[in-house]
Design a protein around this ligand. Structure first.
Ligand code: HPA
Length: 255
């Protein structure tokens, strides 16, 4: 069973028959993580769905309990995670409406609980995967190659044009960037900027969960175009683009 982590504009997922709710207790939160589960409409494939910002989109990027979310999916024994992220476009090919399957990450976030290997892991049932000793995961290829290919194949099957590469810059938020920060991200080689890509991807790797990202560009990053970034215009692009993202996800689950 694959899991989808929904982002902004994707707190729900039409096309999925999510008729079960699993409340998963984790060592990282007093409250359980509520994961929806069900099947693809008109098909039999199981799928799990977790809206990253909460069911009512109330949790801002820096307050998301990434560890609890990823641990809950691990506990449900999902086979992989398809993460959906709304992003700003940095490089010229990543304008509003463009969908990308990034292959690299730069982490600019700070102050987030970003690792399972923090030397204080009590109450975890699978001690083989966790230890109190220092652990350094390999992150040369931060996104799972097979899952990335699955998403690319799904897009091709659906005739949805995508960018098959890109470096995702994960910023702290919740504010958007200054133009000077955007110039720095570009100098660093980033193509897309978002606030939720990390530590999610690294935690998935730490816990052994294959993970890939579908990023939808919803605006030009600050200072790249003359237009002000407004929530209204972001919402418009989100609504238009999420149809294609959904198509890709549904095809990926079926493939
Ligand atoms: N910057 C950071 N995160 C974002 C943006 C942006 O411009 N657009 C959507 N998420």
């Amino acid at each position: 069973m694959l899991a989808i982590i929904g982002g902004s504009g994707m707190d729900q997922l039409p096309g999925l028959k999510l008729d079960q709710q699993r409340a998963v207790q984790t060592p990282y939160a007093a409250e359980p993580v509520v994961v929806q589960a069900g099947t693809l409409e008109g098909a039999s494939q199981d799928v799990a769905f977790l809206p990253r910002h909460g069911a009512d989109h109330a949790v801002p990027p820096h307050r998301i309990n990434y560890r609890a979310n990823i641990f809950a999916l691990h506990k449900l024994a999902v086979s992989g995670v398809l993460a959906v992220n709304a992003v700003g476009g940095l490089s010229p090919t990543m304008g509003p409406g463009v969908i990308a399957i990034p292959d690299q990450i730069i982490d600019y976030t700070w102050g987030r609980e970003h690792t399972f290997f923090d030397g204080s892991i009590s109450g975890i049932e699978s001690p083989d995967q966790f230890s109190d000793t220092v652990a350094h995961i390999d992150f040369t290829e931060p996104y799972d190659a097979d899952l990335r290919q699955l998403l690319i194949d799904a897009a091709v099957e659906q005739g949805v044009v995508i960018q098959t590469h890109g470096t995702y810059a994960a910023t702290q938020g919740p504010r958007l960037e200054t133009p000077a920060e955007v110039r720095r991200l570009l100098r660093d080689g980033s193509d897309l900027v978002g606030m939720t890509g990390m530590p999610e991807a690294a935690l998935a790797r730490e816990i052994g969960l294959p993970y890939a990202c579908v990023a939808l560009s919803v605006n030009w990053a600050a200072g790249i175009s003359d237009e002000l970034i407004t929530m209204d215009s972001i919402r418009q692009v989100l609504e238009q683009g999420m149809g294609s993202v959904r198509q890709i996800l549904q095809a990926a689950i079926r493939l």
